[in-house]
Design a protein around this ligand. Structure first.
Ligand code: KIV
Length: 264
């Protein structure tokens, strides 16, 4: 299988071809996702909640992410593999370089970091040192204590304007991909249209270039709380392979997320 690269994602954006991505934390699921046709995988720090049972992503370490990145890379050799830099591991540009080195050596193709314009210097430094960067704006789970919970972001005019400015600043600094989490559909549309890089949404409506889901949400293993945007693709019967194919099809055809799984 030919490896997926950032050039493919840029081309899909130009062609307005929507794409589905998903989190993965181990070799078996990574292999299954790649075999079913998912081309982009994320080793998310959501592993702190889904695998480790914490109530936030804050306890996750760079070593945790590197461990799971190695496993996912073995299972999915051709996927474009993103790895999260966890809480405080990119508090300064120098720290970001050290943390990025660890997850890139583990097999990641790109790192994802959460935050706005304050990260421009970090993005520039990473990109100059050959580490591609995916940004993450909107509901950034590492900031849960600042937000006072897992709440939709960018709802008022000022916050929406700031988010758009942050996205543009980060693109100028060298960011090559953006994840937008839990923002109103209209704001996600504006950001997606304003940027020339691909934008991947989660709880951000269906106007973004791609979608991402935490694999547990896509398979209905959501524990106590199911986020509004989560959809259990296993619920219609069939097996995990069928559920992944359904997820890909619904994203590519713009069926998922519908209004019931979005914020307005
Ligand atoms: O950690 C994660 O899984 C993520 C996704 C929710 C995008 O950041």
């Amino acid at each position: 299988m030919k490896p997926t690269t950032l050039s493919h994602l840029r081309q899909w954006k130009q062609e307005q071809r929507k794409f589905a991505t998903i989190t993965a934390y181990d070799a078996s699921f990574a292999q299954l996702f790649e075999e079913q046709g998912i081309k982009v995988l994320l080793v998310g720090d959501s592993l702190g909640m889904t695998l480790q049972g914490h109530d936030s992503t804050l306890p996750v370490t760079v070593a945790d992410v590197a461990y799971h990145t190695r496993a996912v890379r073995r299972g999915a050799p051709a996927s474009l593999l993103l790895a999260d830099l966890p809480f405080m591991s990119y508090a300064t540009p120098e720290l970001a370089c050290q943390s990025a080195a660890e997850v890139m050596r583990a097999g990641a193709n790109m790192v994802k970091i959460e935050g706005g314009s304050w990260l421009c210097e970090t993005v520039k430094m990473l990109v100059e040192r050959a580490v591609p960067v995916c940004g993450h704006l909107g509901l950034t789970p590492q900031s849960v204590n600042v937000f006072g919970g897992y709440k939709v972001q960018g709802r008022d005019e000022l916050a929406a304007k700031q988010l758009l400015i942050d996205a543009q600043n980060l693109e100028l600094a060298g960011m090559q991909l953006l994840v937008l989490e839990c923002v109103p559909t209209e704001l996600a549309r504006q950001v997606t249209e304003a940027l020339s890089i691909p934008v991947i949404g989660i709880g951000a409506g269906n106007a973004t270039d791609g979608q991402i889901l935490v694999m547990h949400d896509a398979l209905g293993i959501t524990g106590g709380h199911t986020p509004k945007f989560a959809k259990n693709f296993l619920a219609q019967g069939g097996d995990i392979r069928g559920a992944v194919q359904l997820y890909i099809r619904e994203v590519e055809q713009g069926i998922y997320p519908d209004e019931a799984h979005s914020f307005n």
